[in-house]
Design a protein around this ligand. Sequence first.
Ligand code: BGC
Length: 437
Amino acid sequence: MIKASDFGKNFLWGVAVAAAQIEGAADLYGKGPSIWDTFSKKAGNACNFYHSFKEDIALVKLLGFPLFRFSISWPRLLPKGTGTVNEEGIRFYHEVIDECLRQDILPYVTLYHWDLPDALEQEGGWTSFGINNAFNEFVTLCASEYGDKVTNWIILNEPFGFTSLGYMLGIHAPGKTGVTNFFSAVHHAAIAQADGGRIIRAEVGRANIGTTFSCSEVIPYTQSDSDLLAAKRIDTLMNRLFVEPLMGMGYPTADWELLEKFAISHSTWRHTSRLTFDFDFIGLQNYFPLTVKYNAFVPVIQAWEVKAKNRKKPHTAMGWEVNPNSFYNIIKQFAAYPGIKNLMITENGAYYKDIISTDKHIHDTERIAYFESHLTALLKLKNEGINISGYMAWTLMDNFEWAEGFQARFGLVHNNFKTQERIIKDSGYWFKDFLAR
Ligand code: BGC
């Protein structure tokens, strides 16, 4: 049976959360509205972490994770995005960080996990060039406030995630659609990830700096030329769009004519030097692979996902295919970039429909199997010499799962959103045992 010590004693084990998904207190203590408050108005009190962070960090400790990844809410520090600082917000994250340190938990701080101040969205959000100065102001503030306590920094959470879902498909906040919005947002986010790295490097001594990418192995449905090309387009979009400019390779325009056209019409896309930064680690976040086939009716991308369910493959309650072999393959794909020195898995996890037994237990055996199989694939990569230094499970407790609301539960700990009662699931106990051995 796999155990944490198989990965060596320097391997870092953590559990991850994000401010907008757990904090609650969305309009309290001086916090300004975020795009998620405006877009869905549903997060409400979420997990009430704002008031229960001490107990929740104690849960991290109890489960045996030495590392806690959380994010700072930009509109809690800067209610309008720039300018006036909310001192209560500043104090809150000092307390969270201090509590981690007091409980001997290593804080990993994410600077942007999707809760853009709504005031900035009114000026165009990620589609506007002004976003970069605003983001840099926020990063500088975080560095000067917390830089003497926090060594480990993550600049962006999944730039492809928030630009595609929020600015192209309109499923996530701010609900914008269209290719033009998307590509503008992409470019500003790509600048932000590198600028953010530079600011932390300049302001924080001995910082360990990373940024994260979502990634999915893209598998062609058949070996036909049209399916192979469709898979290549999706791979370019989902896996290469942000990492390659960061590595100094520019946008992957050669492999997709539409990107090339956009790049020609936006001369700033050619300015690659501002897009590069030498990160100490790259965070990869993987949940599922994608099987795609050519479809002429889909605008722009001309590709379509063939769902796991329709292919009769194992999948989570989210419909996402469970495939640890694909987890292995996509990490290998990223590890092949010569510019990536060190990888961390900064998110991985699964939503299954949990059932609470009458004696208040949650026997989430499918989630345990998911973690076990993915960690086995990770160990294989590590043993093959791929430089992977840590793994963070998603997520500590059931929370506000963006467009899915409170329905989709990914936690190691169950949360009752009415009473805020937390119950450790069997998967939480499984991790505790795994980490202890
Ligand atoms: C995001 C998390 C989210 C998880 C599960 C990731 O893309 O970073 O915030 O909860 O996926 O959907």
